[in-house]
Structures are given as structure tokens and as C-alpha cells.
Design a protein around this ligand. Structure first.
Ligand SMILES: NC(=O)c1ccc[n+]([C@@H]2O[C@H](COP(=O)([O-])OP(=O)(O)OC[C@H]3O[C@@H](n4cnc5c(N)ncnc54)[C@H](OP(=O)(O)O)[C@@H]3O)[C@@H](O)[C@H]2O)c1
Length: 228
């Protein structure tokens, strides 16, 4: 499947891109500039020790969205709206996984606190901005550090939420190719209001050095009823 990581030049996007490259998916790194996208591709080549990665490409965000079948948004909250508007055409009719953390840093505050957005969750905001796209909240609880530690499995569940069951099945199959990661479907998109608030909690634990690359596991899941 062709995946575009929109704003894939930061820690979270790079880590997700590497993991899907390893899973042999076709990955395009998106950026506001082609130079930055290409430089992210070169960085991944260096990290993986390969001169040529045929399933990895670079594009400006709108082109990346047009080329891909599935999109993943990895930009800070302050950039969420403008970035989504820039890919609106290419994202129509597709699935977009939104990793945006509604952190207080967007207004100069702490990464251990959440903002309360009028739309609810950041992913609900994304859905309002892109009504013709199916938005799934995903990757909020997995740290860039764990993603970038690409020779190791990740000891963390990926909590997702969204309003379309078939789309959640599609993203669950993709995400569970990442070693160690179980997808937990938490229900409708509005549950992103809860999922996204776990992120500043995990960041706080990392800052206090209680954990390194803190993650979360949900126990007691019946493997036969994994989707909501
Ligand atoms: N880092 C983590 O461990 C982690 C964990 C869970 C969730 N998240 C969430 O994932 C998202 C990305 O995190 P990150 O740490 O990778 O972010 P980041 O490094 O700060 O930014 C990622 C990319 O977003 C674009 N961007 C940044 N500021 C922008 C602006 N003002 N306007 C337009 N584009 C801008 C840049 O891409 P270009 O310059 O190439 O366009 C940048 O490389 C955030 O919402 C974060 O809350 C992160």
C-alpha cells in the first residue's frame, strides 16, 4: 500500500516512515519543501545503511497526498490546519491517520498539558477540516524514540479511534506489521479526546525519567473481538 507521511520530516514522521519501509510498504515522505523531504529520505537511507530504498520517496505534502492511498499526519497542532488544507484535494476519499497531539506547547505552554479544542479532539478537528476524508486517530501513544529504535520491537499498543469500521480494519492491518505493536480500537472518533490526553501523560513520565519512551498497554483484550 502507498503511504504518505505528511510532515514526515520530524521525529514522529521519520520513525513511522522507517517502520513502514521495514514492513515493505511504499512510503512517501511529505514536507512543505521537496528539499526537506529529500533530506529526510537521505537520513533514513543513512540510518538503514542503504544507498537505495526503492519503496521510499519524497514529495511536497500536496503531491505526497495525491500519490498515496493512505495518509498519516505528523505535524504539531499549530501546523495542523494549514497542512490539512494544503492536502485537501489529494486526501479526498482516502483514509488519514492523525497523530496530532493537542499539547499546550501550541500556545507556549507545557508538553505535559493538553489544550481543550472547540472541536473536541485534534482528530475531530482534522475530520471537520477534511469532511471528504476518513480520519482515524492513531500513533498518539507511540513515542518517536520507540519508533526510531527500529531494530527493536515496540512495547506499546496503538490506540485508535474512528467512525468507519472498514477503515479501522485497514489501518489496524498496516500498523500491526510494526513488531510488538497491538492495535486497540477504542471506538468512535470522539474517543480521540481521551486517547490524545494520554500523550502528555507519557511525555511527563519521560521528562521525570520515570520511563524512557513510555508507552501504554491495554490488558484483557479478546483477540477475537479486537475491533469495536
Ligand atoms: N514526537 C513524539 O514522540 C510524538 C508522539 C506522539 C504524538 N506526536 C505528535 O506527532 C506530531 C509530530 O510530532 P514531531 O515531534 O514529529 O513534530 P515536529 O518535529 O515538531 O514537526 C514535524 C514536522 O511538521 C512540520 N512543521 C513543524 N512546524 C510547522 C509549522 N509551524 N507549520 C507547518 N509545518 C510545520 C515540519 O515539516 P516540514 O518543515 O518538513 O514541512 C516538521 O518537520 C505532533 O502533533 C505530536 O504531538 C509526537
Amino acid at each position: 500500500m502507498k503511504i504518505a507521511v505528511i510532515g514526515g520530516t520530524g521525529g514522529q514522521g521519520l520513525g513511522i516512515a522507517i517502520r513502514f519501509v521495514q514492513a515493505k510498504e511504499d512510503v512517501i515522505i511529505g514536507s512543505r519543501t521537496i528539499e526537506k523531504a529529500q533530506s529526510a529520505v537521505n537520513k533514513i537511507k543513512g540510518l538503514l545503511g542503504k544507498d537505495n530504498i526503492p519503496n521510499l520517496g519524497a514529495a511536497e505534502n500536496p503531491d505526497a497526498a495525491k500519490q498515496a492511498e493512505i495518509l498519516i499526519l505528523t505535524v504539531p497542532l499549530v501546523a495542523q490546519k494549514a497542512t490539512l488544507l494544503s492536502i485537501k484535494e489529494g486526501a479526498a476519499g482516502k483514509i488519514l491517520m492523525d497523530a496530532t497531539g493537542p499539547l499546550e506547547t501550541a500556545i507556549g505552554g507545557s508538553p505535559t498539558r493538553c489544550l481543550y479544542l472547540p472541536e473536541g479532539a485534534a482528530s475531530e478537528r482534522a475530520q471537520k477540516i477534511l469532511p471528504e476524508t476518513t480520519v482515524i486517530c492513531a500513533f498518539n501513544n507511540i513515542s518517536s524514540g520507540a519508533l526510531m529504535n527500529f531494530n527493536e520491537p515496540i512495547d506499546c499498543d496503538c490506540l485508535i479511534s474512528g467512525d468507519d469500521l472498514e477503515s479501522k480494519k485497514t489501518v489496524a492491518q498496516l500498523i500491526e506489521q510494526i513488531p510488538g505493536v497491538n492495535v486497540v480500537d477504542c471506538g468512535p472518533l470522539e474517543r480521540a479526546q481521551i486517547i490524545e490526553k494520554i500523550t502528555p501523560l507519557l511525555i511527563g513520565l519521560n521528562i521525570k525519567k520515570t520511563c524512557k519512551d513510555a508507552g501504554i498497554r491495554i490488558t484483557g483484550i479478546d483477540p477475537e473481538c479486537k475491533l469495536y
